[in-house]
Design a protein around this ligand. Structure first.
Ligand code: PEP
Ligand code: MN
Length: 350
């Protein structure tokens, strides 16, 4: 069941943190005036990686959100990280809850929170865990489902990475798509703010999410981003948010146009053929790897030769980039191929 019943993408916006009544109300009013925002987000309890940073106003800020709801007319949502947060949020009449990336990783907390919500009919949105482990993400969804929560959604907010990347948290679209396969009835939203980490990348992340047919976006917006007490670098003004939303291209998941469908079918048939060929070639490569493995065994030679692996990686990256492929893709592909060759050869040596 998809509880999000807007015909266009569901847009959640609001500041990273509620900092003062004035900041909350001014931001909410400006967001409401855009005419494009469906719900107002604001962190009240902030899970900070290290102590000493602004940890949120706590329960007193809930009264400001009640005003957003009654005076401005936007449904309000907060992040909850334990059962006390849930009790306080429910008492304050908060409309929706979200579980942050630092909480999704902890099955104890998730289970306790799910139990605390048993019998309560409230939307719960679950961010992906910090690290790319889909089991924890779907696990959290299942824990809330088992507690009877019907209005669930997932939020893709990117994943921690050690690699220097343009993104603060690397998007892993393939994991989000995998989650959709595992739980097709659960809508999925994207949080481009925590993925991008800076305003200049937010629009392209939003567009990718919409092109992948995501059900909505959660974007951080602050009336004066330069004064924000948390996530200052990534928040945008309601005005910038409006301009950004207006330039997004909305595409439909399919088209009834016959010409379109015929052409798409032809192109897909070509892809099928290429994939078949690709797999035939890969199977041939694996047979050769097995032959090399047997030969090494007969000659008492170890499976793995570091220099050969480096040479393979370097030459394939060069060949790939010459053919117009992205280096990172070729690198990841060969990591996978090599891993499988080693598996085949290790089996032989047993
Ligand atoms: C937030 O939404 O402000 C937040 C803390 O996000 P995340 O859990 O994705 O880090
Ligand atoms: Mn934030």
């Amino acid at each position: 069941m998809n509880w999000i019943n807007t015909s266009e993408p569901y847009i959640i916006a609001g500041p990273c943190s509620a900092e003062s009544e004035e900041q909350v109300l001014k931001t909410a009013k400006a967001l409401k005036d855009t005419g494009s925002v469906h719900a107002f987000r604001s962190g009240v309890w902030k899970p900070r990686t290290r102590p000493g940073s602004f940890e949120g106003i706590g329960a007193p800020a809930l009264a400001w959100l009640q005003k957003v709801k009654s005076e401005i007319g936007l449904p309000v949502m907060v992040e909850v990280g334990n059962t006390q947060h849930i009790d306080a949020a429910l008492k304050a009449g908060i409309d929706q809850l979200w579980v942050g990336a630092r909480t999704t990783v902890n099955p104890f907390y998730v289970q306790e929170m799910a139990e605390a919500l048993r019998g309560v009919d409230i939307p719960v949105l679950i961010k992906n865990p910090i690290h790319p482990e889909i089991g924890l993400w779907i696990g959290a969804i299942e824990r809330f489902q088992s507690a009877g929560i019907k209005q669930l959604a997932a939020i893709h907010r990117g994943f921690f990475t050690y690699e220097s990347a343009p993104f603060r948290n690397e998007p892993k679209w393939e994991l989000a798509i995998e989650l959709k396969h595992m739980a097709p009835e659960v809508p999925i939203l994207c949080d481009p703010s925590h993925i991008a980490g800076k305003p200049s990348l937010i629009a392209e992340v939003c567009q990718t999410a919409l092109d992948l047919n995501f059900d909505g976006l959660m974007i951080e917006s602050h009336i004066a981003p330069e004064k924000a007490l948390s996530d200052k670098e990534q928040q945008i003004t309601p005005e910038t948010l409006k301009a950004l939303l207006d330039q997004l291209v909305l595409r439909t998941p399919s088209s009834d146009n016959v010409i379109f469908q015929q052409h798409l079918t032809q192109l897909r048939a070509q892809i099928d053929e290429i994939d078949h060929e690709l797999l035939r070639v890969l199977a041939k490569r694996m047979l050769l790897a097995a032959e090399i493995g047997r030969y090494k065994q007969e000659n008492n030679v170890t499976i793995f030769q570091l220099e050969r692996w480096f040479e393979i990686l370097e030459s394939r990256k060069a060949w790939g980039t010459d053919l117009g492929l992205v280096e990172k893709f070729v690198y990841e592909l060969y990591q996978l191929i090599h891993k499988n060759s080693i598996r085949v050869q290790t089996e032989l040596m047993k």
